[in-house]
Write a protein that binds this ligand. Sequence first.
Ligand code: FES
Ligand SMILES: [Fe+2]
Length: 351
Amino acid sequence: MKDNQNFFLRNIWYYALPSDRLKPGKMIARTFLGEPVLLCRTREGKVFAVRDICPHRGIPLSCGRFDGQEVECCYHGWRFDHGGRCTVIPSLVEGQDIDLNRYNVESYEVRETQGNIWIYMPEPGKSQGSPSDMEIPVIPGFGDRPPQLVEVMRFPCFIDHAVLGLMDPAHSPYVHRVWWWRSGQLHDEIKQFDPSPYGFTMRKHQLPANTGSAYKFIGGGTPETEISFRIPGVRIENTTTAKHQVCNLTAITPISETECEVNFAFYWTVPWAGFAKPLIRLFTRAFLDQDRRVVEKQQIGLKYDPVLRLIKDSDVQAQWYYQLKREYARSLAENRPFANPVKSQLLHWRA
Ligand code: FES
Ligand SMILES: [Fe+2]
């Protein structure tokens, strides 16, 4: 299989939405992996998701109303509850006893934790596949606290290219070349990587002087960081100083074959960082936008379906990503446990 052969991983949790974007009693229509999904939050605060297509005549349910409990289709008023069960067909008269369960709309498993809503995307057409034993990624050390800052940005590419950009250690000096980010000469980097659940982890290490000095400022001691990645496109970077912890979650979700969404959530324990939030937001957006613009240009070349030449060691993480993806899909198809293809290894590159 050619590496850049596009396919979506199924039967896996994807990041759907930052919690604060979905208020009680509201609904939001989204597209994930090319499927129309309606996310709703009941008045009591529980989130649910159903396919955004009325099983009667196909109109999006999001064109109708949500009363905080049930969704009502705008065409003939059929109603659906949080499990997608059809509860009312208004045109039925007495004696027309039909089993409303035959008219349910497909529903999706959703989970809400640490200020994020996750959705389990089963095989298409399989209503609510039961979630595999894969857990939802957890930001360590923050309990159920929501992030202090969230940014969502659309990238005009297939998910793989956004993911590769996310873990690419060699692009920073070229793509993120700005005065406030690690300027200067290329230098050698050597990092130890280990397999971790459904992915790999860059072992905890001290931050280089240029980045580390900024962290020293916020917490003293020697700042240390650990970065983990797991399919389908989740990266968690956890940095600790003597007093504080700063963690970011980046989770990429495909919208379609040509678009994906990069969700970036920032968690920190630094009390005064709240004041700097507008500035942090500005930097985060600028940073993400640099990655977005480069994949936008990449699309010009990818239209010709080139074979991609991934090299050692700077592209080994990209190779692992493709291996992890293929292994996950195969393990499901063959109905056997997932076997992580990543082996502990030192990687060495210049950046
Ligand atoms: S199309 Fe939805 S109720 Fe008829
Ligand atoms: Fe980047």
